[in-house]
Design a protein around this ligand. Sequence first.
Ligand SMILES: [Zn+2]
Ligand SMILES: [Zn+2]
Length: 551
Amino acid sequence: MELHDENPFKIRSYQSALTALERGDFDIMEVSDDQLSQINGVGKGIIEVIKNLKETETYPALEELLAKTPEGVLEILQIKGLGPKKVKALWEELGITSTHELMEACQSGIVAKTKGFGEKTQESIIQNLEFKASNAGKWLYADIESVIQNLFENLQKLGSKNQVALVGEFARKLEVISEAEFLVGTNDWNALKKSLKSFEEIDWNLSISGPQTWRGKMKEVDLKVVIHFCEVKDFVWKKLSLTAAKGHLISPVSETEVLAERIQKKDFDSEEEFFSKNGLQFIPAEMREGFGEVGLAKENKIPKLLEEKDLKGILHNHSTYSDGKHSLRQMAEYCKSLGYEYLGISDHSRTASYAGGLEIEKVIKQHAEIDELNKELAPFRIFKGIESDILGDGSLDYPNEVLASFDFIVSSVHSILNMDIKRATERLLKAIANPYTTILGHPTGRLLLRREGYPIDHKVVIDACAAHNVVIEINANPWRLDLDWRWVRYAMDQGVKLSINPDAHEMEGYADMKYGVLVGRKGGLTKEMTLNAMSLTDIAAYFADRKAGIQ
Ligand SMILES: [Zn+2]
Ligand SMILES: [Zn+2]
């Protein structure tokens, strides 16, 4: 509507209805028109639109607008920093209707010379387009998980005598997936290939396929598919070699041999036998990255990895006090019903006005409510926390007497994300040195496939956490998974505990803890080094001790 100069009042009414609907705790498909009409900002016109959407998944006015908007323009609208006004200018003044044309215009410098743009904007468009291109066809693990799982099940149905395994990135639980890779062991290649040819979900690309490997693409989603074939007798060693990253395969096992050469000997019948025969501890699939795990296995130093069931509580969550969807009570009762012993609520601090950050009076009110709920829900306990913004100079967002009223504090950066590595690191160091910081939240601010985090010196930051007894969060939101798993072992080696935090903004958000556990395991995380694997008694003592140590 903004692209087509529609009535600004109409545009605003859509926006406010959308905000109201998103905030509401209901399934829009379930509620009646009557209930809808009671929501602030949802008028007759909007109800009509919703009705249409429910019945036909579209509505006439939308179709009209889409019909006169080139698809490429909609794609350009997705680029960060380009609002409808700028996109409209690019379209009308420069005739740009695709990301390809936009890139060319930027490279020739025309965009910078257009009114309202300038060099800086042009540079940032180029960067965003490059980032986007390098991420095309890539998926967050969590977003593509069920697609790949379904495909796996359908492949299993092709023949009861076949063996099927998930291999590659997905088997290693990588945070970003660029292809779904499978191994099928069969003694009847012809039958298998025949049924695969007529497989409805995949478009095969024969020009890049070979007799033992077929490549193609899913029809419904932009995802590459690779299927390897082998005889049943070769299944175990093939699976070992296809599951591992290259770095794992070229890891030395002896002075003269690397792991891949040992696999080639094919003198084993199971993965367990392979590892034990070669004097190695069993290495779980998710760790086969070439990240020092073979060396650890040689010395029997692969630890018992954290499991979801080890987690005893859920820290770093938001409620309706700030930008969460569910009330404090709902968040607590649901957490308790899942069998956890405690919940850490940490709404946004006051500087985060965009997220309804808490003014001091609201903090006091929330604490009173927590005290009441704790009486009612005992022995379950809610810990009083806050997600304090780390301000530009590294300080926290409340005076000390307010900071002292919390059981724990997650300190996170949410603004001024464009600092260079030196300033960004110093900013974190100052927040870590603040005695009130209990947990460093999402250390780099990255959003996978969407934006790179601000650059930080991971070693220096982790060392500082060790020196100041600060826990580092593994933010379990699939977009974040920050701290990156590649730094988990270094942190543990320095004695820094990690916390698997869902950063839930609604009850369902707790389920994200699963993804935090997956990447924690990739990094070798143990139960002992996980803060929220502590029992209620232990973590209550931990928080209390830490507070007692503040001078
Ligand atoms: Zn945050
Ligand atoms: Zn948060």
